[in-house]
Design a protein. Structure first.
Length: 212
């Protein structure tokens, strides 16, 4: 598609140049050239958006799987148990390393240090993948739910594939930037799906400040 558009613009440019040579004073060439440049700029922007959508497609696919196979079924099950009021917290990392077992355990310790009681429960759903969820309670009767979307860790192999795995500062930085962009694409798509499914009043996104 990119090659086709570029070829079209090349042909148009050649034709306009020929017409300019033949009728240098009879056509408003400045306006025509301006329109052509605007069209070229529009094509470039479209190509950039297309490239970005392809770049972030793994994160977007993960977001759909996370919402459709886990989040929505989990919320439905918890609503049956708890009624209409529900707070479901989703942790969004700045870096994929935050979702390793060691870092998650440290974050649990920090949450408990802030006065919360943590407990893992296993959801018994007929549909969707098996998944444990944390319950968070600061005072009796006030329970919310918390999930670390470890599914994001599967992006690491994609990042390694996209960026050569040479151990130098440049490649490490590129991996970090790509990882952060993929996580943001995941969050945006989850947020969009949550709104489409009218779950936004129940879902809260949490960062590493852990302000619950």
């Amino acid at each position: 598609m990119k090659r086709i558009f570029n070829n079209i613009f090349t042909v148009i440019t050649i034709l306009l140049f020929g017409l300019w040579l033949k009728y240098p004073n009879n056509v408003q060439w400045e306006a025509i050239i301006g329109i052509l440049l605007l069209a070229k700029e529009g094509l470039i922007r479209w190509q950039i958006r297309k490239i970005e959508s392809l770049e972030f497609s793994p994160a977007i696919s993960l977001a759909h799987g996370y919402v459709n196979n886990f989040l929505e079924p989990a919320i439905n099950e918890l609503l049956v148990k708890n009624g209409n009021e529900l707070n479901f917290n989703i942790y969004i990392p700045e870096d994929l390393e935050e979702l390793t077992d060691q870092q998650i355990e440290r974050m649990k310790v920090k949450i408990e240090a802030d006065g919360y009681k943590l407990r893992e429960i296993k959801l018994k759903r007929k549909s969707g993948r098996p998944h444990d969820v944390l319950t968070i309670e600061k005072q009796a009767g006030s329970v919310s739910y918390f999930d670390f979307p470890r599914t994001l860790l599967s992006l690491q192999s994609y990042i390694d594939y996209k960026i050569e795995s040479t151990k130098n500062e440049s490649s490490d930085h590129k991996k970090q930037v790509l990882g952060a962009n993929l996580v943001e694409a995941f969050r945006e798509e989850v947020e969009r799906l949550v709104k489409n499914k009218r779950l936004e009043k129940m879902v809260i996104f949490i960062d590493n400040s852990l302000e619950i």
